[in-house]
Design a binder for this molecule. Sequence first.
Ligand code: CDT
Length: 303
Amino acid sequence: SREIVIAAAQMGPNQRADSRRKIVQRMIALMEKAARCGAQLVVYPELALTTFFPRWYIKDTSEIDSFFETEMPGADTAPLFTRARELGITFSFGFAEKTEQAGGVHHFNTSVLVDKNSNIILRYRKIHIPGHSQYESWRPFQHLEKFYFKPGTEPFSTARLFDAEFSLAICNDRRWPETYREMALRGAEIALIGYNTPMHYAPMPSHDHLQSFHNHLCMQAGAYQNGLWVIGVAKAGLEEGCQLLGQTCIIAPTGEIAAQASSTDDEVILALCDIDRVKEIRENVFNFKHHRRPEMYPLLSRT
Ligand code: CDT
């Protein structure tokens, strides 16, 4: 069987004044801890290098730029790549990406998968950008992802590592069933998903108490209904006065939680993931080839 020791490296809050260097040092400490426990792959959250800045409406472009990476690795992130190479660790993390393409400048909410030789083998740019695009004064804090980020223009894709197929998604993507189904149809066996989820949802505060439930509900359902391992990794805790959900977890293709964080701080959890367990689902109840009826779901292929 194909077994991989996967670590989910939950991060506690990143405050606005925390330097990239300090944050990267915390990420390295988590990686070293995971490596001591035998991890082969370490997964960090969405926007791991900064505070969740979409909670503020920032007009000054140089201030906005300070949250974005123009190269990966850059000067501040190189130590993470170097330490991973020394430890022989593969890793994945999210960051704000500013890139020039076809003469234009683009801002994406991005995550990458890096092999043990520090090569970026998969880059994903968040497709489902939540929140709003303009300042809304009635909110206690903003969720201006639509102001800061353009949606990625490439569909979900996969990369092969440890003889298994990996796919990346970011935060709000995990709530959409299409995410997991598209991945699975492309042959993905493991989905790596970082998130920053405020406990307070301003448009529907009566759902605040459901944040934890919905978090696990969508990832466990996605895992089971598509026969995928799902690694869900939080940036958690009280970040700039905003409480972020924890609940980092490693979910088996049966939908069962194999490991879960017990804090909202920097914390490593691990599981020995048998990738062949994907077959328990995909060769049985969700054998797409035998039981799926795409011709009966014509609206799914329409916008
Ligand atoms: N980062 C991110 O995508 N957060 C959203 C918050 C809820 S939508 C405003 C999420 O889906 O968890």
